[in-house]
Design a protein around this ligand. Structure first.
Ligand code: UDP
Ligand code: MG
Length: 330
């Protein structure tokens, strides 16, 4: 179901912007060069994620001046993942490219991504070979996070891939069917499937300004990633419960034997230990069981589609148009 873009727009660029006034002049210049080098018309969608500096004013003026620039202003800061979702919702091109506004996702890589799209790939991910200008702490925590998520998640989420990617229109349509509220966009694209490939690039330091992803925002993103794509934390309660109960039984047996056969045991100790350890274990086990059901409920309320169809061949609609085609020829 490929919606024809108005004005024949083929490429849509989506850039989330949060207090990026320092980098905007350079960004606009680089984007102009990029758009001019493309083989078909493009639109550039800036999503202002509640900036408190002059970014919004500048971008609004640009959108009025240049017909290929669009400006979408969110009413407050909703966060990066929501901002790119809003931009993708507004995109009308056949290929949609999401990139950061700070030039850490170099526009030069886009040419390579488009080439892969033309080869027939539906999702082209940009994988970071290196990350310049980021603290050792950020690099280390990111690497731990990707490894942890890789082990916990039920689907394979590619490592070192952020939100710099090109997607085909049909993938975007499928993405729009995912109404979940806590969004971990890179995981959602991994979940969606389709023909995916990667292009590698060296990630430069941001061109100007400071990171808009302070520590707590990163933690929130990481927790979202794990919780949205894995129920391992819930299952952990069951394992903890089972372990504690087993130990409690062993300890209970020991304290009963000690109570019976040893003189040094204080009266009442055996029964206290047995009751406390048994109830603790039981509590944890039951919490874990409730957790399993909560996990199911969580999966249900995310309201993801059950499956995603990549292509349909020979179905009624197509058959009808084929017959019409034949009728015309006859
Ligand atoms: N951003 C956003 N809303 C936020 C935080 C960030 O739209 O709440 C944008 C930001 O303007 C940039 C992109 O998301 O275009 C990535 O942010 P940043 O470069 O600060 O993250 P980092 O590269 O340091 O992880
Ligand atoms: Mg950045």
């Amino acid at each position: 179901m490929i919606a024809r873009a108005p004005e024949g727009i083929r490429y849509s660029f989506v850039l989330p912007v949060f207090n990026e006034e320092a980098v905007l002049p350079l960004l606009l210049h680089r984007l102009d060069k990029l758009v001019a080098s493309l083989d078909a018309p493009a639109e550039v969608i800036f999503v202002d994620d509640g900036s408190r500096d002059t970014s919004a004013i500048l971008l609004e003026a640009m959108a009025k001046e240049k017909p290929h620039i669009r400006f979408l202003k969110l009413s407050r800061n909703f966060g990066h993942q929501i901002a790119i979702t809003a931009g993708m919702d507004a995109a009308c091109g056949e290929a949609i490219i999401v990139m950061d506004a700070d030039l850490q996702d170099p526009p030069e890589v886009v040419g390579e991504m488009i080439a892969r799209w033309k080869e027939g790939y539906d999702v082209v991910q940009a994988r970071r070979l290196s990350r310049d200008g980021e603290s050792a702490f950020k690099k280390k925590t990111a690497s731990i996070f990707y490894r942890l998520l890789g082990n916990l998640s039920s689907i394979e989420i590619p490592r070192d891939v952020g939100d710099f990617r090109l997607i085909d229109r049909k993938v975007l349509e499928a993405f729009r069917e995912m109404p979940e509220r806590d969004r971990f966009v890179r995981g959602m694209f991994a979940w969606l499937g389709f023909r995916q490939c990667e292009v590698a690039f060296h990630r430069p330091a941001r061109a100007a300004g400071e990171t808009k992803y302070p520590f707590w925002k990163m933690v929130r993103l990481a927790v979202n990633g794990v919780v949205s794509f894995s129920d391992a934390p819930l299952k952990a309660a069951i394992w903890a419960g089972a372990t504690v109960s087993t130990l409690a039984v062993l300890y209970g047996v020991y304290s009963i034997l000690a109570g019976l056969f040893s003189d040094s045991v204080v009266r009442g100790w055996t029964s206290t230990v047995v009751i406390v350890s048994f109830l603790c274990g039981l509590n944890m086990l039951l919490t874990g069981m409730v957790g399993l059901y909560v996990g199911r409920i969580y999966a249900e309320v995310k309201r993801r589609p059950l499956y995603v169809v990549a292509k349909k061949v020979g179905f009624a609609a197509a058959a009808k148009s084929e017959t019409q085609e034949h009728a015309r020829v006859a």
